[in-house]
Design a protein around this ligand. Sequence first.
Ligand code: GLC
Ligand code: GLC
Length: 652
Amino acid sequence: MLDLDLVYEASRTLRRIRPKIISKIEVEADAPCEVAQLLETIEARLDEHWAHLFGLLYRLYGQHYDFFYYIERILLTAVDSWLRRPEDLRQLDLRRENDPNWYLSERMVGGSLYVDLFSDDLNQLRDKISYLKDLGLTYVHLMPLFKDREGNSDGGYAISDYRSVNPELGTMDELRALAHDFRAVGISLVIDFVFNHTADDHDWAIRAQEGDREFMDYYHIYPDRSIPDQYEHNLREIFPTIRRGNFTWHEGMQRWVWTTFNSFQWDLKYANPEVFRAMVEEMLFLANTGVEILRLDAVAFIWKQMGTNCENLPEAHLLIQAFNTVCRIAAPGLAFKSEAIVHPDEVVKYISTNECQISYNPTLMALLWEAIATRETKLLKQSVNHRQSLWPGTVWVNYLRSHDDIGWSFDNGDAWAVGIKPDDHRDFLNSFYTGTFKGTFAAGVPFQHNTDTGDMRVSGTMASLAGLEQALASQDALLIDMALRRIRMLYGVLSSIGGIPLIFLGEEWGILNDYQYLGDKEKKDDSRWVHRPKMDWSLLNELKQQHSPRARIFREMQVLFDVRKRCAAFNGSQMRLLNTENEHVLSYLRWDEGHLLVVIANFADSEQTVNMRNLRCEGLAHFFKDTLSERMVSTHDTLDLAPYELLWLIED
Ligand code: GLC
Ligand code: GLC
C-alpha cells in the first residue's frame, strides 16, 4: 500500500472498530458525562497516534491474510487496558503529557537493586524509602521480581508469569503500594519488560510443550537441525561458557527451541502478530501497576531473519516503535529505556522519542573503565566527541556497573583513529580488569571467556574494579585514598556528562566482590553473581564514622547528586568537549537555557596541568568557581590538578 492508502485504510479501520470502543467505554463508565469525557480522551489520542500505529503494524504484519483481524484485537487490547488504568495513573499521564521531557531533568538520579538482596522483600523495601531518598535517588529500577522458574532463573530474567510477584518477595498489591509510595516522595518506579523471551515454564511454553499448535507458534520451534543450523551460521553466542549455540533440544517435545540466552529462556516469535498482541497486554498490565519507566530488556534480539545475525534488525525497531505508540494511546505517562548492549552505532538507533526515550550508555561505561586503566582519555574523547549528544527529548542513563558484566563495546574505528589496535586493547583491558596485568589496581573476574574467539567480558563490583579491594587488603592509606579519589572522579563524570546517573545499589558503600556464589550450584557458572552481594545493613552504622572509606564514598556521592540537582546546565544530554591539551584530562562544557558549566576531570594518578587558554577562547568568563569545593579558577593561569581531581566550574 502507498502511504496515502495507509492513512485511508487506517481511518476506515478505525471507523469500523469505533462502535466496539464506545461500547467498552459504556460498560466501564458510571455516567453519560463520563462516557463523553473518556471518548474525547481516546479520540484525541487516536487522532494523533492511530495512523502511525497502523502503518507500523502494516509493515510488520501486512502480509498476513488476517491482518485486519489482528489489528482490531491489538487496538481493543490497548483500549481495555486503558480503561482499567487507575485514576491516579491517568492523572500522572496528564502531567507527563504536559511535561513530556520530565526524564531529561538534572534532578534525575537513578539506582537499581534486587529486592531480595537489598531488603529481602517488597514490604521491607518500603521501609528503606527514606534511605533511597537520602541518597538522592529519583528513579529506582527493581530487577525482575515476577514469578520465575525454579532453580536457575537468570536472576529473575526467566519469567513464568508477568502478572504475579515472586511470592518470596511479596504480592502485586504490595508492588502497587510501593509504586505509589515511591511516587509520593518523587521516585519513579522502573521495571523490566522482559519481552524477548519467557521462561520455559511460562503458561505459553507449557502449552507449547503439550503440543498446542497455537502456542507452539509463540516460539521458534523446529523438528530437526536443518533450519537452526542455517541460522546458526550467522549468530553469535551470548553465554558460550554455559552452553554452545542458540538452540536447545527439548526432550519432551523432541524439538529444537530458540534460546538466545540460557537454555530455559525461550525466545518469542514476534513474526506472529498474536505474540505482539499478547505482550502488549502484559506490558500494559505492568504499566497499570504504577511503573513509570519500562526497561526494555535485550532489545537487540527480538526479531529474527535468516541470513542475518538476528540482532538490531529494522523490524526490531518497528516493533519497539509499535509498543511505544500503543503506550501513547493507553498509558502515555510511560517512558521506555533501551537495554541494547551492542555496537555504539546500533545502540543509538533505539533512541528516539518514538522508540526508547532513554537508553543505557554502554560505550561510555566501557570507556570510563578504559580511561582509568590507561590513565589516558584519547579514546574516551574520540568516542564522546561524536556519540554523547543526543536528539532533544532523549537521554542517556550513565552507569559504571549494573547487574551485568562489562563488555568492551567501543567502536574499532574510534580506536584506530587514536592509534589504538582495538583487539589488542580489549585483551589488555580484560587482563587489566581480571587482575593478570602486572601493576593493575583492579580485582575483577572473567565472564563468558569464549576460547574459540578469545572474547571475554568482566565481572566485579565498582569498588573492586576501581581498586578499593586491593587497596584495603594492602592497608596502604595512600592506595586507599587513590581508589577513593578515582571513584569520586568517575561519579563526578557520570553525574555531569549528560544524562541520568545510575548506580547499582551497594556502590554507594563501595561494596566489594563477594565470592560466595562459587559455592552455589545454580550460580557458580555465572560470575555476574560476584558483583551482586547481599546488602549488609549492619554496616549502616559505619556511615557515621567520619573516616571510614564506606562513609566517604557515600558522602561524596550524596554531595555530587545534590549539587547536580542544583545545576540547570545538567539538564538533558547536550555537551561539547573542550581542549585541555593534556591527554590525561577530560573537559567538557554543559549548557541549557543560559546556564553553563565546565567540567574538568583528571584521569591520572599523578598531578596534571591544564592550559586554561582554550577556555578563554570559548568566550567564557575569566573567573570560575568550583561548585564542589568553592576553589576559584582563573582562565589566565595554568590550572594544577591533583590526582583524579574533579572540578565543576561555574562562571563567577
Ligand atoms: C539482559 C539482562 C541480563 C539477562 C539477559 C537475558 O541483558 O540484563 O541480566 O541475562 O537480558 O534476559
Ligand atoms: C545481554 C547480556 C550481557 C551481554 C549482552 C550482549 O545484555 O546480559 O551479558 O553482554 O547481552 O549483547
